[in-house]
Design a protein around this ligand. Structure first.
Ligand code: BES
Ligand code: MN
Ligand code: MN
Length: 452
Protein backbone atom coordinates (compact mmCIF):
# COMPACT_ATOMS: atom_id res chain seq x y z
CA UNK A 1 0.00 0.00 0.00
CA UNK A 2 3.02 2.31 0.14
CA UNK A 3 2.39 3.31 -3.50
CA UNK A 4 -0.51 5.34 -2.19
CA UNK A 5 1.42 7.25 0.47
CA UNK A 6 4.36 7.77 -1.92
CA UNK A 7 2.25 9.29 -4.70
CA UNK A 8 0.20 11.88 -2.87
CA UNK A 9 1.88 14.75 -4.67
CA UNK A 10 1.23 13.21 -8.10
CA UNK A 11 -2.38 12.43 -7.14
CA UNK A 12 -2.93 16.04 -6.08
CA UNK A 13 -1.32 17.38 -9.26
CA UNK A 14 -3.55 15.11 -11.38
CA UNK A 15 -6.66 16.15 -9.48
CA UNK A 16 -5.82 19.82 -10.06
CA UNK A 17 -5.54 19.21 -13.81
CA UNK A 18 -8.90 17.43 -13.82
CA UNK A 19 -10.51 20.29 -11.87
CA UNK A 20 -9.16 22.92 -14.26
CA UNK A 21 -11.43 21.60 -17.03
CA UNK A 22 -14.75 23.48 -16.82
CA UNK A 23 -16.94 20.47 -17.67
CA UNK A 24 -20.31 22.12 -17.02
CA UNK A 25 -22.71 19.67 -18.64
CA UNK A 26 -25.72 21.96 -18.81
CA UNK A 27 -23.90 24.74 -20.70
CA UNK A 28 -23.68 24.25 -24.52
CA UNK A 29 -20.69 26.64 -24.66
CA UNK A 30 -18.76 24.15 -22.50
CA UNK A 31 -19.43 21.09 -24.70
CA UNK A 32 -15.78 20.92 -25.79
CA UNK A 33 -14.62 21.14 -22.16
CA UNK A 34 -16.95 18.32 -21.19
CA UNK A 35 -15.45 16.24 -24.00
CA UNK A 36 -11.97 17.16 -22.76
CA UNK A 37 -12.82 15.96 -19.26
CA UNK A 38 -14.03 12.66 -20.73
CA UNK A 39 -10.75 12.30 -22.57
CA UNK A 40 -8.85 13.09 -19.37
CA UNK A 41 -10.62 10.17 -17.65
CA UNK A 42 -10.09 7.82 -20.60
CA UNK A 43 -6.38 8.71 -20.83
CA UNK A 44 -5.90 8.20 -17.10
CA UNK A 45 -7.52 4.75 -17.23
CA UNK A 46 -5.40 3.81 -20.25
CA UNK A 47 -2.19 5.03 -18.61
CA UNK A 48 -2.94 2.96 -15.53
CA UNK A 49 -3.26 -0.18 -17.62
CA UNK A 50 -7.00 -0.61 -17.84
CA UNK A 51 -8.16 -2.40 -20.97
CA UNK A 52 -10.78 -1.76 -23.66
CA UNK A 53 -10.89 1.94 -22.83
CA UNK A 54 -13.61 3.50 -24.91
CA UNK A 55 -15.36 6.87 -25.26
CA UNK A 56 -18.97 6.09 -26.03
CA UNK A 57 -20.45 8.91 -28.09
CA UNK A 58 -24.03 9.74 -28.90
CA UNK A 59 -25.25 12.66 -30.98
CA UNK A 60 -26.48 15.46 -28.75
CA UNK A 61 -25.06 13.85 -25.61
CA UNK A 62 -21.86 13.88 -23.59
CA UNK A 63 -19.58 10.83 -23.85
CA UNK A 64 -19.58 7.89 -21.48
CA UNK A 65 -16.17 6.49 -20.61
CA UNK A 66 -15.94 2.71 -20.40
CA UNK A 67 -12.95 0.58 -19.44
CA UNK A 68 -12.47 -2.88 -18.00
CA UNK A 69 -9.92 -5.29 -16.60
CA UNK A 70 -11.27 -8.82 -16.40
CA UNK A 71 -8.22 -10.96 -15.71
CA UNK A 72 -9.13 -12.22 -12.24
CA UNK A 73 -11.03 -15.45 -12.97
CA UNK A 74 -13.17 -16.67 -10.09
CA UNK A 75 -13.12 -13.27 -8.42
CA UNK A 76 -16.09 -10.92 -8.23
CA UNK A 77 -16.66 -8.17 -10.80
CA UNK A 78 -17.17 -4.64 -9.55
CA UNK A 79 -18.64 -1.81 -11.63
CA UNK A 80 -17.06 1.55 -10.80
CA UNK A 81 -19.27 4.59 -11.37
CA UNK A 82 -18.56 8.31 -11.17
CA UNK A 83 -19.38 11.51 -13.07
CA UNK A 84 -16.93 13.94 -14.59
CA UNK A 85 -19.47 16.67 -15.30
CA UNK A 86 -20.10 19.49 -12.85
CA UNK A 87 -22.75 22.04 -11.95
CA UNK A 88 -22.43 25.63 -13.22
CA UNK A 89 -20.17 27.74 -10.99
CA UNK A 90 -22.47 30.79 -10.74
CA UNK A 91 -22.68 33.07 -8.76
CA UNK A 92 -19.03 33.71 -9.59
CA UNK A 93 -18.50 36.73 -7.34
CA UNK A 94 -19.11 34.61 -4.25
CA UNK A 95 -16.08 32.39 -4.88
CA UNK A 96 -12.98 33.27 -2.83
CA UNK A 97 -10.81 31.73 -5.58
CA UNK A 98 -11.87 31.15 -9.21
CA UNK A 99 -13.94 27.93 -9.56
CA UNK A 100 -11.71 26.36 -12.21
CA UNK A 101 -8.38 27.35 -10.67
CA UNK A 102 -8.06 24.88 -7.80
CA UNK A 103 -6.78 26.51 -4.63
CA UNK A 104 -5.64 24.79 -1.45
CA UNK A 105 -6.57 26.35 1.88
CA UNK A 106 -6.57 24.57 5.24
CA UNK A 107 -6.17 21.07 3.81
CA UNK A 108 -9.09 21.63 1.47
CA UNK A 109 -8.99 21.90 -2.30
CA UNK A 110 -11.47 24.49 -3.57
CA UNK A 111 -12.92 24.17 -7.08
CA UNK A 112 -16.19 23.35 -8.80
CA UNK A 113 -16.44 19.55 -8.87
CA UNK A 114 -13.83 19.10 -6.12
CA UNK A 115 -16.19 16.86 -4.17
CA UNK A 116 -19.11 16.40 -6.64
CA UNK A 117 -17.84 14.44 -8.33
CA UNK A 118 -14.42 14.84 -9.95
CA UNK A 119 -12.50 14.46 -6.71
CA UNK A 120 -14.39 11.33 -5.78
CA UNK A 121 -14.22 9.88 -9.29
CA UNK A 122 -10.47 10.46 -9.21
CA UNK A 123 -10.32 8.50 -5.92
CA UNK A 124 -11.57 5.46 -7.84
CA UNK A 125 -9.09 5.98 -10.69
CA UNK A 126 -6.10 6.30 -8.36
CA UNK A 127 -7.07 3.21 -6.35
CA UNK A 128 -6.94 1.20 -9.59
CA UNK A 129 -3.65 2.80 -10.60
CA UNK A 130 -1.95 1.67 -7.40
CA UNK A 131 -2.57 -2.03 -8.06
CA UNK A 132 -1.88 -1.88 -11.77
CA UNK A 133 1.39 0.05 -11.38
CA UNK A 134 2.74 -2.17 -8.58
CA UNK A 135 1.35 -5.70 -8.98
CA UNK A 136 0.37 -5.23 -12.62
CA UNK A 137 -2.97 -6.77 -11.73
CA UNK A 138 -6.18 -6.00 -9.86
CA UNK A 139 -7.48 -8.19 -7.01
CA UNK A 140 -10.94 -8.38 -8.64
CA UNK A 141 -12.45 -7.86 -12.07
CA UNK A 142 -13.33 -4.25 -12.78
CA UNK A 143 -15.54 -2.41 -15.20
CA UNK A 144 -15.65 1.39 -15.17
CA UNK A 145 -18.52 3.50 -16.42
CA UNK A 146 -17.98 7.21 -15.94
CA UNK A 147 -20.61 9.64 -17.22
CA UNK A 148 -20.77 13.30 -18.17
CA UNK A 149 -24.47 14.00 -17.76
CA UNK A 150 -25.24 13.20 -14.14
CA UNK A 151 -26.02 16.81 -13.30
CA UNK A 152 -28.45 17.08 -16.23
CA UNK A 153 -30.45 13.90 -15.75
CA UNK A 154 -28.18 11.19 -17.20
CA UNK A 155 -30.14 10.30 -20.32
CA UNK A 156 -27.19 8.81 -22.19
CA UNK A 157 -26.14 6.43 -19.43
CA UNK A 158 -29.74 5.44 -18.79
CA UNK A 159 -30.16 4.29 -22.38
CA UNK A 160 -26.73 2.66 -22.43
CA UNK A 161 -27.28 0.65 -19.26
CA UNK A 162 -30.72 -0.49 -20.42
CA UNK A 163 -29.30 -1.67 -23.76
CA UNK A 164 -25.98 -3.13 -22.58
CA UNK A 165 -26.88 -5.12 -19.49
CA UNK A 166 -24.90 -8.09 -20.82
CA UNK A 167 -21.75 -6.12 -21.47
CA UNK A 168 -21.92 -4.46 -18.05
CA UNK A 169 -22.40 -7.70 -16.11
CA UNK A 170 -21.09 -7.28 -12.56
CA UNK A 171 -21.76 -8.43 -9.01
CA UNK A 172 -22.04 -4.97 -7.47
CA UNK A 173 -21.39 -1.34 -8.26
CA UNK A 174 -19.30 1.10 -6.27
CA UNK A 175 -20.29 4.75 -6.39
CA UNK A 176 -18.24 7.48 -4.71
CA UNK A 177 -20.63 10.44 -4.92
CA UNK A 178 -22.02 10.86 -1.40
CA UNK A 179 -20.98 12.31 1.94
CA UNK A 180 -19.66 11.13 5.26
CA UNK A 181 -21.95 11.95 8.16
CA UNK A 182 -19.21 13.83 9.99
CA UNK A 183 -15.48 14.45 9.60
CA UNK A 184 -13.46 11.32 10.45
CA UNK A 185 -16.60 9.17 10.53
CA UNK A 186 -16.51 6.44 7.87
CA UNK A 187 -19.95 6.30 6.31
CA UNK A 188 -21.89 4.17 3.87
CA UNK A 189 -25.09 5.52 2.40
CA UNK A 190 -27.84 2.92 2.06
CA UNK A 191 -30.74 5.03 0.88
CA UNK A 192 -31.22 7.86 -1.61
CA UNK A 193 -34.27 9.88 -2.47
CA UNK A 194 -35.62 9.82 -6.01
CA UNK A 195 -36.64 12.92 -7.89
CA UNK A 196 -39.14 14.35 -10.34
CA UNK A 197 -38.11 17.77 -11.66
CA UNK A 198 -40.29 19.81 -13.96
CA UNK A 199 -41.97 23.05 -14.95
CA UNK A 200 -45.34 24.36 -13.91
CA UNK A 201 -46.73 26.80 -16.45
CA UNK A 202 -49.82 28.94 -15.88
CA UNK A 203 -51.45 30.87 -18.72
CA UNK A 204 -54.12 33.52 -18.45
CA UNK A 205 -54.98 36.29 -20.92
CA UNK A 206 -53.83 36.27 -24.55
CA UNK A 207 -51.34 39.02 -23.82
CA UNK A 208 -50.10 41.18 -20.93
CA UNK A 209 -52.78 43.64 -19.81
CA UNK A 210 -52.91 47.06 -18.12
CA UNK A 211 -53.52 46.22 -14.47
CA UNK A 212 -55.60 49.33 -13.85
CA UNK A 213 -57.85 49.00 -16.86
CA UNK A 214 -58.40 45.22 -16.53
CA UNK A 215 -57.50 44.45 -12.89
CA UNK A 216 -60.52 42.95 -11.09
CA UNK A 217 -61.81 41.20 -14.18
CA UNK A 218 -58.75 39.61 -15.82
CA UNK A 219 -57.12 36.47 -14.35
CA UNK A 220 -53.56 36.79 -13.02
CA UNK A 221 -51.35 33.73 -13.69
CA UNK A 222 -48.79 34.73 -11.05
CA UNK A 223 -51.48 34.99 -8.39
CA UNK A 224 -52.90 31.67 -9.60
CA UNK A 225 -49.41 30.13 -9.46
CA UNK A 226 -49.00 31.35 -5.88
CA UNK A 227 -52.39 29.93 -4.90
CA UNK A 228 -51.64 26.54 -6.44
CA UNK A 229 -48.18 26.28 -4.89
CA UNK A 230 -49.37 27.45 -1.49
CA UNK A 231 -52.21 24.92 -1.47
CA UNK A 232 -49.88 22.02 -2.28
CA UNK A 233 -48.46 22.16 1.27
CA UNK A 234 -49.94 22.92 4.66
CA UNK A 235 -48.32 25.32 7.15
CA UNK A 236 -46.35 22.43 8.68
CA UNK A 237 -44.89 21.44 5.33
CA UNK A 238 -47.03 18.35 4.81
CA UNK A 239 -47.68 17.85 1.12
CA UNK A 240 -51.36 18.07 0.18
CA UNK A 241 -51.34 15.87 -2.92
CA UNK A 242 -53.98 13.17 -2.57
CA UNK A 243 -52.39 9.71 -2.31
CA UNK A 244 -48.85 11.12 -2.23
CA UNK A 245 -47.86 9.49 1.06
CA UNK A 246 -49.61 6.17 0.43
CA UNK A 247 -46.44 4.33 -0.61
CA UNK A 248 -44.04 6.05 1.76
CA UNK A 249 -42.32 3.29 3.72
CA UNK A 250 -41.39 4.43 7.25
CA UNK A 251 -37.87 3.59 8.45
CA UNK A 252 -37.66 0.42 10.53
CA UNK A 253 -37.35 0.73 14.32
CA UNK A 254 -33.72 -0.48 14.01
CA UNK A 255 -32.91 2.19 11.44
CA UNK A 256 -34.54 4.90 13.57
CA UNK A 257 -32.54 3.74 16.59
CA UNK A 258 -29.31 3.82 14.59
CA UNK A 259 -30.07 7.37 13.40
CA UNK A 260 -30.68 8.41 17.03
CA UNK A 261 -27.15 7.28 17.86
CA UNK A 262 -25.51 9.41 15.15
CA UNK A 263 -23.63 12.49 16.37
CA UNK A 264 -26.31 15.01 15.38
CA UNK A 265 -26.98 18.33 17.05
CA UNK A 266 -30.01 20.16 15.73
CA UNK A 267 -28.85 23.64 16.85
CA UNK A 268 -25.46 23.17 15.26
CA UNK A 269 -27.08 21.90 12.05
CA UNK A 270 -29.35 24.96 11.96
CA UNK A 271 -26.47 27.32 12.64
CA UNK A 272 -23.66 25.77 10.56
CA UNK A 273 -25.39 24.12 7.62
CA UNK A 274 -28.68 25.99 7.19
CA UNK A 275 -28.05 29.49 8.53
CA UNK A 276 -31.74 30.46 8.86
CA UNK A 277 -33.98 31.45 11.79
CA UNK A 278 -35.38 27.98 12.33
CA UNK A 279 -35.93 24.64 10.68
CA UNK A 280 -39.22 23.78 9.01
CA UNK A 281 -41.27 20.63 8.55
CA UNK A 282 -43.50 18.60 10.84
CA UNK A 283 -42.15 18.94 14.40
CA UNK A 284 -43.10 15.34 15.27
CA UNK A 285 -40.74 13.93 12.62
CA UNK A 286 -37.02 14.00 13.55
CA UNK A 287 -34.85 16.16 11.28
CA UNK A 288 -32.84 13.29 9.80
CA UNK A 289 -36.03 11.45 9.00
CA UNK A 290 -37.42 14.59 7.33
CA UNK A 291 -34.45 14.81 4.95
CA UNK A 292 -33.81 11.09 4.44
CA UNK A 293 -37.12 9.28 4.64
CA UNK A 294 -39.80 11.85 3.79
CA UNK A 295 -40.72 13.15 0.34
CA UNK A 296 -40.56 16.87 -0.49
CA UNK A 297 -42.06 19.41 -2.83
CA UNK A 298 -39.82 22.41 -3.56
CA UNK A 299 -40.07 25.51 -5.73
CA UNK A 300 -36.72 26.40 -7.27
CA UNK A 301 -37.59 29.51 -9.22
CA UNK A 302 -40.53 31.51 -10.53
CA UNK A 303 -40.54 33.53 -13.71
CA UNK A 304 -43.20 35.87 -14.96
CA UNK A 305 -44.43 39.44 -15.13
CA UNK A 306 -42.28 42.45 -14.45
CA UNK A 307 -39.07 41.94 -12.45
CA UNK A 308 -37.01 44.96 -13.60
CA UNK A 309 -36.13 48.05 -11.57
CA UNK A 310 -38.98 50.36 -10.65
CA UNK A 311 -42.65 49.75 -11.33
CA UNK A 312 -44.71 48.55 -14.25
CA UNK A 313 -48.45 48.06 -13.82
CA UNK A 314 -49.13 44.94 -15.78
CA UNK A 315 -51.10 41.73 -15.45
CA UNK A 316 -48.82 39.08 -16.93
CA UNK A 317 -50.17 36.68 -19.49
CA UNK A 318 -48.18 33.73 -18.17
CA UNK A 319 -46.01 32.43 -15.34
CA UNK A 320 -43.58 29.56 -14.93
CA UNK A 321 -42.21 27.79 -11.87
CA UNK A 322 -39.46 25.18 -11.59
CA UNK A 323 -40.72 22.55 -9.16
CA UNK A 324 -39.35 19.27 -7.89
CA UNK A 325 -40.48 16.43 -5.69
CA UNK A 326 -37.98 14.23 -3.84
CA UNK A 327 -39.37 10.75 -3.46
CA UNK A 328 -38.69 7.95 -0.99
CA UNK A 329 -39.23 4.21 -1.21
CA UNK A 330 -41.69 2.91 -2.42
CA UNK A 331 -42.89 5.98 -4.31
CA UNK A 332 -42.74 5.88 -8.10
CA UNK A 333 -41.73 8.89 -10.22
CA UNK A 334 -44.44 8.25 -12.84
CA UNK A 335 -47.18 7.86 -10.27
CA UNK A 336 -46.03 10.88 -8.25
CA UNK A 337 -46.06 12.97 -11.44
CA UNK A 338 -49.63 11.96 -12.21
CA UNK A 339 -50.68 12.65 -8.61
CA UNK A 340 -49.14 16.13 -8.77
CA UNK A 341 -50.79 16.84 -12.12
CA UNK A 342 -54.18 15.77 -10.75
CA UNK A 343 -53.73 17.92 -7.64
CA UNK A 344 -52.79 20.94 -9.77
CA UNK A 345 -55.82 20.44 -11.99
CA UNK A 346 -58.08 20.51 -8.91
CA UNK A 347 -56.39 23.59 -7.43
CA UNK A 348 -56.31 25.70 -10.60
CA UNK A 349 -58.51 28.80 -10.18
CA UNK A 350 -60.84 29.85 -13.00
CA UNK A 351 -59.55 31.92 -15.88
CA UNK A 352 -56.15 30.23 -16.19
CA UNK A 353 -54.69 26.99 -17.55
CA UNK A 354 -52.00 25.23 -15.47
CA UNK A 355 -49.78 22.40 -16.61
CA UNK A 356 -46.92 20.48 -14.98
CA UNK A 357 -44.40 19.02 -17.40
CA UNK A 358 -41.65 16.76 -16.00
CA UNK A 359 -38.11 17.32 -17.33
CA UNK A 360 -36.11 14.67 -15.53
CA UNK A 361 -36.46 12.07 -12.84
CA UNK A 362 -35.20 8.99 -11.13
CA UNK A 363 -36.50 6.45 -8.62
CA UNK A 364 -35.56 6.34 -4.93
CA UNK A 365 -33.01 3.69 -3.92
CA UNK A 366 -32.77 1.46 -0.88
CA UNK A 367 -29.76 -0.79 -0.42
CA UNK A 368 -29.88 -3.82 1.85
CA UNK A 369 -27.04 -3.24 4.35
CA UNK A 370 -26.72 -6.96 5.02
CA UNK A 371 -25.36 -7.74 1.57
CA UNK A 372 -21.71 -8.93 1.61
CA UNK A 373 -20.48 -6.15 -0.71
CA UNK A 374 -21.64 -3.58 1.84
CA UNK A 375 -20.03 -5.50 4.72
CA UNK A 376 -16.64 -5.58 3.02
CA UNK A 377 -16.92 -1.87 2.22
CA UNK A 378 -17.74 -1.06 5.85
CA UNK A 379 -14.72 -3.11 6.99
CA UNK A 380 -12.40 -1.41 4.50
CA UNK A 381 -13.50 2.07 5.54
CA UNK A 382 -13.30 1.22 9.24
CA UNK A 383 -9.76 -0.02 8.83
CA UNK A 384 -8.53 3.08 6.98
CA UNK A 385 -10.38 5.65 9.12
CA UNK A 386 -9.82 3.79 12.39
CA UNK A 387 -13.46 3.96 13.44
CA UNK A 388 -16.56 1.86 13.06
CA UNK A 389 -18.47 2.62 9.85
CA UNK A 390 -21.95 4.11 10.18
CA UNK A 391 -24.87 3.59 7.82
CA UNK A 392 -26.90 6.60 6.81
CA UNK A 393 -29.28 7.64 4.09
CA UNK A 394 -29.08 10.79 2.04
CA UNK A 395 -31.68 13.21 0.78
CA UNK A 396 -29.92 13.67 -2.57
CA UNK A 397 -30.52 11.63 -5.70
CA UNK A 398 -28.26 9.48 -7.86
CA UNK A 399 -30.63 8.04 -10.46
CA UNK A 400 -28.07 5.55 -11.79
CA UNK A 401 -28.25 3.56 -8.55
CA UNK A 402 -31.89 2.70 -9.27
CA UNK A 403 -31.04 1.88 -12.89
CA UNK A 404 -28.19 -0.46 -11.91
CA UNK A 405 -30.69 -2.28 -9.72
CA UNK A 406 -33.39 -2.34 -12.39
CA UNK A 407 -31.32 -3.34 -15.43
CA UNK A 408 -28.23 -5.07 -14.00
CA UNK A 409 -29.88 -6.47 -10.87
CA UNK A 410 -26.94 -5.41 -8.71
CA UNK A 411 -26.64 -3.46 -5.45
CA UNK A 412 -24.59 -0.27 -5.29
CA UNK A 413 -22.08 0.42 -2.57
CA UNK A 414 -22.23 4.15 -1.83
CA UNK A 415 -18.85 4.80 -0.29
CA UNK A 416 -18.73 8.58 0.01
CA UNK A 417 -15.85 10.81 1.03
CA UNK A 418 -17.50 14.24 0.84
CA UNK A 419 -18.26 16.25 3.97
CA UNK A 420 -21.48 18.05 4.94
CA UNK A 421 -19.81 21.47 4.50
CA UNK A 422 -18.33 20.75 1.04
CA UNK A 423 -20.70 23.29 -0.61
CA UNK A 424 -21.95 20.96 -3.33
CA UNK A 425 -23.60 22.90 -6.19
CA UNK A 426 -22.75 26.13 -4.31
CA UNK A 427 -19.93 28.69 -4.36
CA UNK A 428 -16.64 27.59 -2.77
CA UNK A 429 -17.12 23.87 -3.30
CA UNK A 430 -14.26 21.97 -1.71
CA UNK A 431 -12.90 18.50 -1.03
CA UNK A 432 -11.09 17.73 2.21
CA UNK A 433 -7.66 16.46 1.12
CA UNK A 434 -7.23 13.95 3.97
CA UNK A 435 -10.47 12.37 2.74
CA UNK A 436 -9.10 12.34 -0.79
CA UNK A 437 -6.02 10.37 0.26
CA UNK A 438 -7.85 8.12 2.73
CA UNK A 439 -10.58 7.59 0.14
CA UNK A 440 -8.05 6.20 -2.32
CA UNK A 441 -6.69 3.86 0.34
CA UNK A 442 -10.17 2.81 1.46
CA UNK A 443 -11.22 1.89 -2.09
CA UNK A 444 -7.92 0.01 -2.54
CA UNK A 445 -8.49 -1.84 0.74
CA UNK A 446 -12.01 -2.66 -0.42
CA UNK A 447 -10.81 -4.19 -3.69
CA UNK A 448 -8.21 -6.16 -1.76
CA UNK A 449 -10.83 -7.51 0.69
CA UNK A 450 -13.16 -8.47 -2.17
CA UNK A 451 -10.30 -10.33 -3.84
CA UNK A 452 -9.38 -12.49 -0.87
N1 BES B 1 -23.77 13.66 -5.82
C1 BES B 1 -25.03 14.30 -5.94
C2 BES B 1 -26.11 13.66 -5.10
C3 BES B 1 -25.81 13.55 -3.63
C4 BES B 1 -25.27 14.61 -2.93
C5 BES B 1 -26.06 12.39 -2.98
C6 BES B 1 -24.98 14.48 -1.59
C7 BES B 1 -25.79 12.26 -1.63
C8 BES B 1 -25.25 13.31 -0.94
C9 BES B 1 -25.44 14.32 -7.40
O1 BES B 1 -24.42 14.79 -8.23
C10 BES B 1 -26.59 15.26 -7.58
O2 BES B 1 -26.42 16.44 -7.39
N2 BES B 1 -27.74 14.73 -7.98
C11 BES B 1 -28.88 15.53 -8.36
C12 BES B 1 -29.74 14.64 -9.22
C13 BES B 1 -30.49 15.33 -10.33
C14 BES B 1 -29.66 16.24 -11.18
C15 BES B 1 -31.21 14.28 -11.17
C16 BES B 1 -29.64 15.97 -7.15
O3 BES B 1 -29.68 15.27 -6.13
O4 BES B 1 -30.23 17.08 -7.20
MN1 MN C 1 -22.63 13.86 -7.80
MN1 MN D 1 -24.37 16.99 -8.03
Amino acid sequence: MSYYSDHREQFLEGLKQFLRIPSVSTAPEHAADVERAARFVADDLRNSGMENVEMIQKEGHHPLVYADWLNAPGKPTLLLYGHYDVQPAEPLDEWLSPPFEPDIRNENIYARGASDDKGQTYVLLKALEGFLKTAGALPVNIRCLIEGEEEVGGEHIEEYVAQNAGKLRADAAIVCDTEMFAPELPTICVGLRGIVYGELTVEGARTDLHSGVYGGAAPNPLQAMAEILAALKDRDGRIQIPGFYDRVRPPSPEERAAWDRLPFNEDEYLEKEIGAESLVGPADIPVLERVWAQPTLEVHGIRGGFIGEGAKTVIPARALAKVSMRLVADQDPGEATRQLQAAIAKLTPKGVKAKFQPIQGGPPSMIDPTNPFIHAAADAMAEIFGKQTVYIRSGGSIPIVGLFKQHLHIPSVLMGFGLPDDNLHAPNEKFHLPNFYRGIEAVAKYLQLLGT
